[in-house]
Design a protein around this ligand. Structure first.
Ligand SMILES: *[C@@H]1O[C@H](CO)[C@@H](O)[C@H](O)[C@H]1NC(C)=O
Ligand SMILES: *[C@@H]1O[C@H](CO)[C@@H](O)[C@H](O)[C@H]1NC(C)=O
Ligand SMILES: *[C@@H]1O[C@H](CO)[C@@H](O)[C@H](O)[C@H]1NC(C)=O
Ligand SMILES: *[C@@H]1O[C@H](CO)[C@@H](O)[C@H](O)[C@H]1NC(C)=O
Ligand SMILES: [Zn+2]
Length: 671
């Protein structure tokens, strides 16, 4: 009895002291008993997942308990609301898994980190692998431990049925793209007369607009790994994790998994699927389609997972991608960055893929075969370097064969995506296809505060969406294809006026240079849509005619290192800050005529970071109306699932894709 009272007191104290702040013992587990998937999880009926339970016994620190001895006799039950709960093994008809034990350490706050004093926790755990809930409804999972403690997880299996309403889905992700960036890109690429645009972005012409909340499961600022996984699986996760709920064990691959849309589509319909990205193929947004790991940086293994699936923990099998186009050759050619040093061009070829390493061979790909296209090492060069400063391409050592010579025969997002649609259309046939196409460098260039390069890639995304619509129409499947354009998270970017770059350069000190910024009435009109004397870019409609006007946009982000700002496009890719004595400082070579802006981030950051903002969702095609309104990122998955018929047999009630009503927080402790 004494133990029980002190548990409650200790737990309550711990929660107010440190839980859910800078550092967390385990983000989804404020008590000493953890159920993963945790409270508030949603599921698609028939979606496979793993269930892990952990009992924590902190050895020391503010939560020290039971001399660091975890309860090994814990029990777990599950029951549908109104029904008698049953032990997990009985309910799911699975064997009792073995008890696992480990320990881990964590810092309770920044003082503990400064003192390098980790709190140590001993853990007892079990994991029930590849289980499934087929009946829609509310469920309660109850973990009982330490002689009277309970942790309850309320789960909802949504009422999604298997009626397929769209033949194909094309999902565009502008990584890091916000409404503010779209507004700025429109100003650069489209002419306006007396306040009225004479042409619009393709995105502006979508019939339905929604708004998604991007928060992670245990932090309000997200990264591209867990936010992409939320979009693809209907389950929120932790920063750096994809397709799993993060547990506290050391193995980055043993965490409890959830089935992704790709795995579902493959298993249920046998549809074709593909990923196109301007990032490395091993980067988070493309790999989250197939990855199950807490650690997005394990690039080599993640490419192996994309091709071969999960090989070492019980899971469902699926087909490899029908189309896989992007950068990141270092994970493909044999070498230290590829999984087990293997040649993944070889591995894909052995699995029946045609492999193309440049734009010329991309264009002549056999549309009936599975296709791998890897066009360079690292992130693909951005639209501005390919179109406005092509000389820059010659300075990169990024060829796809060995990463030593410049890659010059490069496709852009548009060429990759249009080819992908052709191949997927052929290979999917009646079964349709799912394509994810990512404009990755909107995010990457926002991180680098290279706003022109970010907006160039946003305009390229818009151009790609337009070309994709044309291609789908040509193939006769536009009406049967749901097209959704969204983002995974944002950056705190906006434009607040213009900058007279000539006047700014001529002023001698930082304070007078700021006088060159024109706000409100002084912001004038866009100078990007009038041709510059003597310069002709030949980049087509919908792109700026002049990237170096005297009056540029004055733009910035809320989160940045020390930086110099002159508002002039950087002729080479921008490096805003450089490492120096005790952290990062404004790069003295960047923005030579600019003024210093001191940073808002910890000095170990050399770039900007993501921000809180909701992001837009544009939809057209079958089920477009599901995408209006404000909802969670995970809802996108359920909307796709409803439209693609990934649920269970029967008539749905039609409410399955509405955002859940906000519920009162359920009590986690019942004493
Ligand atoms: C907990 O114990 C470990 C191992 O003895 C030690 O390194 C660590 O500093 C201790 N942490 C605290 C918060 O006392
Ligand atoms: C599981 O597979 C991954 C690759 O998918 C590999 O990196 C990891 O080492 C494997 N883990 C174990 C325990 O074998
Ligand atoms: C493009 O790739 C093909 C075969 O993959 C190769 O024969 C050709 O030389 C490459 N072209 C360039 C410009 O690298
Ligand atoms: C402002 O930035 C400059 C250049 O990076 C740096 O030298 C200076 O210490 C910074 N000032 C503050 C108050 O952080
Ligand atoms: Zn990012």
């Amino acid at each position: 009895m004494v133990a029980k009272i002190s548990t409650a007191a200790l737990l309550a104290g711990a929660i107010t002291a440190v839980s859910a702040q800078t550092y967390q013992r385990l983000g989804t587990c404020p008590t000493l008993g953890c159920v993963l998937p945790p409270d508030q999880s949603d599921f698609l009926p028939g979606q496979f997942f793993d269930l892990r339970v952990e009992v924590h016994a902190p050895v020391n620190g503010s939560e020290a308990f039971n001399n660091g001895v975890p309860d090994e006799k814990f029990t777990v039950t599950i029951g549908k609301t109104g029904e008698e709960p049953k032990p997990i093994t009985e309910f799911f008809e699975v064997d009792e898994p073995e008890l696992e034990k480990w320990d881990f350490g964590w810092y309770e706050d920044l003082y503990a980190e400064d003192a390098k004093q980790k709190s140590v926790v001993n853990v007892a755990s079990k994991i029930y692998r590849r289980i499934v809930l087929k009946e829609p409804g509310d469920y309660q999972v109850t973990l009982k431990y330490y002689d009277g403690e309970t942790t309850v997880a309320n789960w909802v299996v949504r009422d999604v049925r298997n009626k397929k309403k769209a033949k194909n889905i094309v999902f565009f992700i502008g990584d890091g793209m916000t409404t503010n960036m779209i507004t700025a890109a429109r100003l650069l690429g489209h002419e306006s007369i007396n306040g009225k645009f004479q042409s619009l972005l393709q995105l502006d012409q979508f019939p339905v607009l929604g708004h998604q909340m991007t928060h992670s499961i245990d932090s309000f600022i997200t990264d591209s790994a867990n936010s992409a996984a939320a979009l693809y699986s209907g389950h929120k996760g932790t920063v750096n994790a994809m397709g799993v709920y993060v547990d506290s064990s050391k193995d980055a691959f043993d965490d409890p998994k959830v089935e992704t849309i790709i795995e579902l589509i493959s298993r249920i319909w046998g549809s074709a699927w593909g990923a196109v990205t301007t990032a490395t193929l091993a980067d988070a947004t493309p790999t989250a389609l197939t990855a199950h790991t807490r650690s997005r940086g394990l690039y080599g293994p993640l490419i192996d997972q994309a091709l071969n699936g999960m090989t070492n923990y019980t899971w469902t099998e699926r087909e490899g991608p029908d189309v896989y186009f992007g950068g990141g050759a270092e994970q493909f050619y044999a070498g230290s960055a590829s999984y087990q040093g293997k040649d993944y061009y070889e591995e894909f070829a052995k699995a029946g893929y045609s492999v193309s390493l440049n734009k010329t061979s991309l264009e002549s790909l056999d549309v009936n075969k599975k296709a791998l296209g890897v066009f360079c090492k690292g992130t693909m060069p951005v639209w501005i370097d390919r179109n406005i400063y092509p000389e820059n391409l010659k300075t990169f050592k990024n060829d796809p064969v060995a990463g030593k010579e410049p890659a010059l025969d490069l496709p852009g997002l548009k060429e990759m995506t249009v080819k992908a649609v052709e191949i997927l259309h052929n290979r999917g046939g009646d079964k349709g296809f799912f394509l994810m196409s990512e404009a990755a460098s909107i995010d990457k260039q926002m991180h680098a505060m290279d706003y022109d390069r970010a907006l160039g890639d946003l305009l390229e995304l818009d151009d790609t969406v337009a070309a994709t619509i044309d291609k789908l129409e040509e193939l006769g499947v536009l009406d049967e294809t749901l097209i959704v354009v969204s983002a995974d998270h944002g950056h705190g970017f906006d434009v607040y006026g213009n900058a007279d770059t000539k006047y700014l350069a001529d002023q001698k000190d930082d304070r007078s240079k700021r006088g060159a910024i024109g706000t409100y009435a002084k912001s004038g009109l866009s100078q990007y849509t009038s041709p510059a004397p003597g310069i002709s870019y030949n980049t087509g409609a919908n792109f700026p005619l002049n990237w170096t006007p005297r009056f540029t946009i004055a733009a910035g982000v809320v989160a940045h290192p020390d930086v110099r700002e002159d508002y002039v496009i950087s002729p080479t890719p921008r490096t805003p800050a450089v490492d120096g004595d005790g952290g990062n400082y404004a790069n003295p070579k960047d923005s030579p005529n600019g003024f210093l802006v001191n940073g808002t981030l910890p000095v170990d950051e050399a770039q900007g970071v993501h921000s809180l903002t909701d992001v837009p969702v544009f939809a057209m095609g079958p089920c477009q109306n599901l995408f209006g309104g404000v909802y969670n990122n995970v809802d996108i998955f359920y909307k796709f699932a409803q439209c693609f018929g990934l649920g269970v047999p029967g008539e749905g009630n039609g409410d399955e894709c509405k955002a859940k009503k906000p519920k009162r927080r359920s009590l986690r402790h019942h004493n």
